[in-house]
Design a protein around this ligand. Sequence first.
Ligand code: SF4
Length: 574
Amino acid sequence: MKIVVAKTAGFCMGVRRAVELALDAPSQQQKPIFTYGPLIHNPQVLAMFVERGITVMEKIPPKGSGTVLVRAHGVPPETKQQLKQAGFTVIDATCPRVVKVQAIIKRFARKGFAAIIVGDQDHPEVISLQGFAGQAGHVVGSLEALQNLPVFDQAIVVAQTTQNERLYQQIKTWVGEHRAHYELFDTICDSTEKRQAEVRKLAHEVDAVVVVGGKSSGNTRRLAEIVSESEKCAYHVETETELDLKALSRVQTVGITAGASTPTWIIRHVVRAIEQMPMQTGLGWRSHLLRVQRLALLTNVYVALAAGCLSYAVMHLQHLRPSLPALSAAILYIMSMHILNHLTGRAEDSYNDPDRERFYSRHKRPLIFMALAAGAIGLVAAYRMGALAFWTLLAMSLLGLSYNLRLIPSRMWPSFHFRRIKDFPGSKTILIALAWGVVTAGLPALADAEGRWLSGTLAVALASALAFSRTAFFDILDIQGDRIVGKETIPILMGPVRALKLLKVTLAGVLILLCLSAWTGIFSHLGFPLIVVPAAFWAIIVVHERDPMFSGVQLEFLVESIFVLSGLLAFLMA
Ligand code: SF4
């Protein structure tokens, strides 16, 4: 089955910004944390906020403490004032597009203009806009309502940002003909319009569309209506548990879209559930293949194979003869480290990859055994490579095990926040990359009797850079889940757009390093064909930039396969 995910699915810019500010608040602001009214119409997200200690404030108490987050719709200026006077710190998460409309109204209200707001009287955004207009604000929900208003000497006309485009166009035409002295502003946000246009197009291209989002979310329901209007089946679900797998198994191509209040992690759960459907409903070779792929990824056997292949390739690059102990050390250490990572990272996996989280909860003991056994046999393999390789791997293993440990007791320097290695922002991505570099390229170099330190150092840099690209790319896909659990990955610190640019620069560096080192003889001639590896990674990033991807079995498998490709190239060409 082909799955097409709409580009516009999920949070719009304003909602994403508000949710991110809310998620950052518990670690940065005075507690308790409130949102003034529900931040979005999505029960799963609201439940997640409650888990994080963020609750909804419906009415402002006379006195209080903590932080209140104003949602994307904004509030009238007096409400903000009231919150501050009651003793709360206010974080304003009003969408910048709504702020723009508020600013227009405020500017013209000072000059004595009436403000005609085209929108729904009871909508929170309209209430906030009216607050900026004061007595001079008039809300109209239809052309007739506008026609019934008195004629003002001077007035502006603005629309609620999510207003129906067609209605506002009618109003603008009428104002142009009958109230030409009024000033008109185009304030409708194109986010809703684009989302609806895309689902209309998508419905024509696929057999059925799954619309993900809260049942009480107006914009999500509208998406399902648009699909039904095109006579295609629309399945409106809040979570993957509501999917009608039987009905979906009969279609060839399924589209997925989501309302403006649906987080990426819920869309991803739905994508994964549909992607894994053949495993539950089918018996053919595809379902068997998918099962094998999934098991290889969940147990980290495939990522270990990927590390082994990279090690094989970089040994050839360094003019070294690949040895069984070196390959075993790389494969087993990476398997051990990744299993331990997932065993300790079940909180983020419950958002990013619930299937993996369930697998790790269900098979905790055998997985711990597998991680420890792989780590121990890896050390034996390193011992066979020589003392230097053994001590290096032992030091790395201890570093990995102490990652979550409190190294500085809480009694010492109470104001110092970095007590575990884990507390250093971005540390996990960097340490994983370095571990890959050392174990795949560094250990064989250390065991090399001829001591080719230059090619060894460059090979470590190359393998670390490729592993960094891999890990940071997965971090970009996991950004929402990581933010929910308060993990500070590089994409969270830099923002996904800058993180993708950093990955491209890293991959360009790898490509140049391969060419120059192969050309100067520091690396073997394998350096030239190996440029396929960073190029393939680059292609995945470019595709993701154009059309954001959702991680799933196939994408994970594809990314790890790039490393497997390096081993295959080395095998064929060396
Ligand atoms: S729909 Fe547009 S105006 Fe409303 S919150 Fe989203 S980006 Fe902002």
